[in-house]
Ligand binder design. Structure first.
Ligand SMILES: [Cu+2]
Length: 323
């Protein structure tokens, strides 16, 4: 689209830009934005052209006659009242149309229900039809309508994945809905867009749109229990996890860990990020997270548990094995 050409940027370098839409919803918003943008460009050009013309044409010249002073010009006043009013009507019509279109319930009977629950300061995703619970990264199939149910576990949050759709508030005590169909596979970045406390700026998410076959594979592995461990360090890490406070806040399906206060970690090792997008999910970053989570993401609701360096390394080996 036009603005992209002006900025000279590519879609990949701006993973969170509403100007590179990848869903029906986001495309409609982007089209609307384009229309308003070009109206604004037109107004700017006309106003500046008239202004420059008048400055040059009617400037005071040395020795020349003083410009004639006039008061009121009925035709011009009608003109500059009517023209903006008509432009506003021209903008209002597609705006209202877009509001109705994106608000219309999906016609796709095959729509996939995904519950997105905002929490201070991370996202929980549930797939009630598939029996899956995960955090911060939602996988969705390309080409199938996603019927998002938005809820909050505590305060106001707002769901916003600019390339797919949003913003829509998550309000405690009520359920909001949002629909979109992703049109191409990719990793789409999102962000909580309603101030929700200390770590609000660190409340990111990823929506990963998979081709249908990849999505099926993800469902099969994500719905299953945590994988069997192979390495001694992983087993040692599991023992550390189960004998410390971790177990009371996190759930790892198929183990004794059934906590629900923090993110579900059943398949944590297959996630791209940790801490709601704060860090890439690498071994070194995971060690930093466990060791000094309050330094990595100040104010977040996970406490720093006193552990030896060896225990932290074992925990990291264990959690990264959970694929
Ligand atoms: Cu939030």
């Amino acid at each position: 689209m036009g603005l992209v050409a002006l900025q000279g940027c590519s879609g990949d370098s701006y993973p969170q830009s509403a100007m590179h839409p990848s869903s029906d919803f986001a495309t409609r918003l982007d089209d609307l934005f384009d229309q308003i943008f070009w109206w604004a460009v037109g107004v700017f050009v006309v106003v500046e052209a008239v202004l420059i013309y008048v400055i040059v044409r009617f400037r005071e010249r040395p020795g020349g006659p003083r410009p004639q002073e006039i008061h009121g010009h009925v035709l011009m006043e009608i003109g500059w009242t009517l023209a903006p009013a008509l432009i506003l009507v021209a903008i209002a019509i597609p705006t209202i149309q877009t509001i109705f279109v994106v608000d219309r319930p999906p016609t796709d009977e095959n729509a996939l229900v995904v519950e997105a629950i905002g929490r201070q300061w991370w996202w929980e995703f549930r797939y009630p039809e598939l029996g899956i619970v995960t955090a911060n990264e939602a996988h969705i199939p390309v080409g199938r309508t996603i019927d998002l149910r938005l809820r909050s576990a505590d305060v106001l949050h707002s769901f916003w994945v600019p390339k797919l759709g949003g913003k829509r508030d998550l309000v405690p005590g009520r359920e909001n809905q949002l629909w979109f169909t992703a049109d191409s596979a990719g990793v789409y970045w999102g962000q909580c867009a309603e101030y929700c406390g200390t770590a609000h700026a660190w409340m990111g998410m990823r929506v990963i749109a998979d081709e249908p076959a990849d999505f099926e594979a993800w469902v099969a592995s994500e719905g299953a229990d945590a994988v069997a461990l192979t390495q001694p360090a992983e087993r040692a890490g599991q023992a550390v996890f189960m004998s410390n406070a971790c177990v009371s806040c996190h759930r790892i399906q198929g183990t004794a860990a059934v906590g629900v206060f923090g993110p579900d970690l059943t398949h944590f090792g297959s996630r791209l990020t940790l801490g709601a997008g704060v860090l890439e999910n690498t071994e070194a970053n995971l060690i930093r997270w466990i060791d000094s989570t309050q330094h990595v993401k100040p104010g977040n609701l996970m406490p720093e548990v006193q552990l030896s360096d060896q225990q932290v390394a074992q925990l990291a080996a264990y959690l990264r094995a959970l694929r």
